[in-house]
Design a protein around this ligand. Structure first.
Ligand code: MYA
Length: 625
């Protein structure tokens, strides 16, 4: 027990902000731990894994959230939408012409594709997150350029109005955006502010009569920026602290109409992929925004922006799950017809390995996407880490699947005609935008560590008030870990199918080891953990794999219990995935505490520093010429 007290006291000093020295200096303001996330426990599986807790509330059983009617509605759009994308839309032409042709835009509008989640009474289709995921999966399977046009519009462009809008804002704007009469865009990124989103320079100043904000600034790489009429814009505002009277810059969010005047956009950017979607700079010059167009509370814009992004990320995973499915169909089609050295490609081990790996990556992506959308539909609020993981995993998995599909096609895959190079080009941006995967990895690790530390603080409180039940359960778990025993998941009978007991114990072990490693990391580095990016990346990689294991175990268990036709195949996917992922997790966690890994990390940094200071590679040319 005294061990726990010592741990929690040391952990309390870990900061809430991580990236910039400017924000680090704010640690001395005494706010520290208490602000970010509720100190009360929540149901997030990922968040709790950082505290070494096996939280299963949002894991088992695999979400089954559609009512019969919703399922029927969803199945009603699958065929016509697929038919539209296969027979009417031409992604190669859209890519070539770098636009979505007007007649295709019109048909998408007619289908309701611009207002999928807007309530029916406001002219939308009123889909749940899960139904929306099913829809964007089809889009992602056929045309990612169109996907970005639709996604930038509704997944982030006007999502703020849906999430934070007043009744008046919703009534005023949603019907027009839902029908596609007006296109929306999300304006956060600026020339000097990409990943570091809170450093934006755009500014909105309240007019003397208090009726308007005057907005000035410019935004870059805005999807739909050149065609949008409605913008969700983030800008600095001066906020007076009611207690101290001190004035501080804080970000606020606004709904801005192009029709307000002073809004202009640059010409469409030339890009590597998603060429059909419009990307442009947007400039705001003395734009008069009525005060009633403030979105959410004044000064709360950063959280508004983060929550919009959190809320939309499952859509990316669903879309990319569709992309992978189509790529796998193409790969299999080729492997089953192409003959080399007298046999079809499909008979060769190397080809089989590629196809199996693609199927595994798609299964994990699809399982996490629908687990997330299902949990969101049943009211989960603390899903930001799961959302970030699903974005990271799906974008990297889809890239690998596209790359391997091209490899399987050989020279043919390199030719434009095969239609694969376009998909690869389109996919590249998914690891960069909506939060780069590098930044999201840090976000996952640091937010998780912060939560893990907070749980220990709560434990300390329980000790003071002698809440023995909590102390014994937590203390016992830690004591078990210290003697090398593993805590087992406390899941309801039937949640994990008995056929998956092997993967279940691998998952349990991984969560236990992960929690113990997080504790060790916090103890060792304390607040300096913010500088340990090698460690943070490994923790993120481990938890990404752990979440993937959890999602497939949950889904396959349900399939086995429901006796769905693919259940034995899903079991095989799950067993293989968990075998491979648990090995990776073990390796990653060991490397976090191993001295040889730390030495290698230091050498890697030294190499990088020499290359950077030399402004080029360092070794003398082998020919000495
Ligand atoms: S849009 C542009 C996307 N840009 C980004 O994603 C920016 C990335 N940067 C960040 O996310 C933040 O700046 C980071 C924080 C994470 C680096 N949820 O001190 P802090 C809270 C909830 O750590 P910073 C695009 O690409 C935090 O707890 N809360 O902040 C469109 C703290 O709270 P408190 C969060 O060091 C592309 C406070 O904020 C989150 O400045 C088009 C400050 O935190 C969070 N996530 O950096 C896509 N993060 O004050 C089209 C932070 O209480 C869509 N906090 O302690 C396509 C969709 C697919 C569909 C397609 C179909 C085919």
């Amino acid at each position: 027990m005294s061990h726990c007290v010592r741990l929690s006291k040391q952990l309390l000093r870990v900061p809430t902000r991580y990236w910039r020295s400017a924000t680090l200096s704010q640690l001395s303001d005494g706010q520290g731990w208490s602000r970010s996330y509720s100190s009360q426990s929540n149901n997030s599986f990922v968040m709790n894994s950082f505290a070494g807790k096996f939280e299963t509330a949002e894991l088992f059983p695999y979400p089954d959230v559609l009512t019969d009617e919703q399922r029927q509605n969803a199945s009603m759009f699958v065929d016509p939408v697929t038919k539209f994308f296969e027979e009417t839309n031409d992604p190669a032409r859209n890519d070539r012409e770098e636009r979505v042709p007007p007649e295709i835009m019109d048909q998408l509008k007619e289908m309701g594709a611009f207002g999928l989640q807007v309530p029916a009474e406001l002219s939308g289709v009123g889909l749940t997150n899960t139904q929306y995921a099913r829809m964007v999966e089809i889009v992602g399977g056929h045309d990612l350029g169109i996907g970005i046009c639709l996604g930038a519009h509704q997944s982030i462009g006007f999502k703020g109005i849906l999430l934070y809008g007043t009744e008046e804002q919703k009534a005023k704007y949603l019907p027009d955006v839902a029908t596609g009469k007006k296109i929306a865009a999300f304006c956060l990124t600026e020339p000097s502010s990409g990943s570091d989103a809170s450093s934006i320079q755009s500014r909105a100043v309240l007019s003397e009569d208090g009726k308007h904000y005057i907005l000035n600034g410019s935004k870059i790489w805005i999807s739909n920026g050149g065609i949008a009429e409605i913008f969700t814009v983030f800008a600095q505002t001066s906020i007076k602290d009611p207690k101290t009277g001190a004035v501080k810059d804080k970000i606020s969010a606004f709904v801005v109409e192009r029709a307000f005047g002073g809004v202009s956009s640059g010409k469409p950017e030339k890009k590597m992929g998603i060429k059909a979607s419009n990307t442009a700079e947007v400039y705001f010059e003395d734009v008069k925004i009525p005060v009633e167009n403030l979105l959410g509370e004044e000064g709360e814009g950063f959280k508004v922006s983060m929550n919009i992004l959190n809320n939309g990320r499952f859509g990316m995973a669903a879309a990319l799950s569709g992309t992978m499915k189509k790529l796998i169909e193409k790969a299999v089609d080729h492997a089953s017809t192409r003959v080399q050295f007298g046999s079809k490609l499909e008979t060769y081990g190397q080809v089989q390995e590629k196809i199996a790996r693609m199927a595994l990556l798609q299964y994990v992506t699809e399982s996490t996407a629908y687990m997330l959308s299902g949990n969101m539909d049943t009211g989960s609020t603390e899903y930001q880490l799961e959302a970030a993981i699903s974005k990271i995993f799906s974008s990297e998995a889809a890239w690998e699947v596209a790359d391997e599909c091209i490899q399987l096609y050989g020279g043919m895959g390199f030719m434009t005609e095969a239609g694969l190079e376009r998909v690869l080009r389109d996919l590249r941006i998914f690891r960069i935008f909506e939060g780069s995967n590098d930044i999201l990895r840090l976000f996952v690790s640091l937010t998780g560590l912060q939560y893990g530390g907070k749980q220990l603080k709560e434990l300390e409180k329980d000790m003071k008030s002698l809440n023995l039940g909590v102390i014994f359960s937590e203390g016992t778990k830690r004591a078990m870990r210290m003697v090398g025993a593993k805590s087992t998941p406390s899941v309801k009978k039937g949640d994990i199918h008995p056929d998956l007991s092997g993967p279940a114990s691998q998952l349990s072990q991984a969560v236990g080891d992960f929690g113990a490693t997080c504790e060790a990391v916090l103890l060792k580095y304390r607040k300096h953990v913010i500088h340990e990016q090698y460690v943070l990346k490994r923790l993120a990689d481990a938890i990404i794999d752990i979440y993937g294991m959890a999602a497939v175990i949950s889904r396959a268990s349900k399939s086995l219990s429901d006796d769905v036709s693919s259940s034995s195949h899903e079991k095989q996917l799950t067993v293989v995935w968990c075998d491979q992922a648990s090995e990776r997790v073990e390796r990653l966690l060991k490397s976090i505490t191993s001295t040889s890994s730390l030495k290698t990390d230091a050498s890697m940094s030294a190499i990088a520093k020499e290359v950077i200071s030399n402004r080029a590679t360092v070794p003398v040319h082998p020919l000495r010429v």
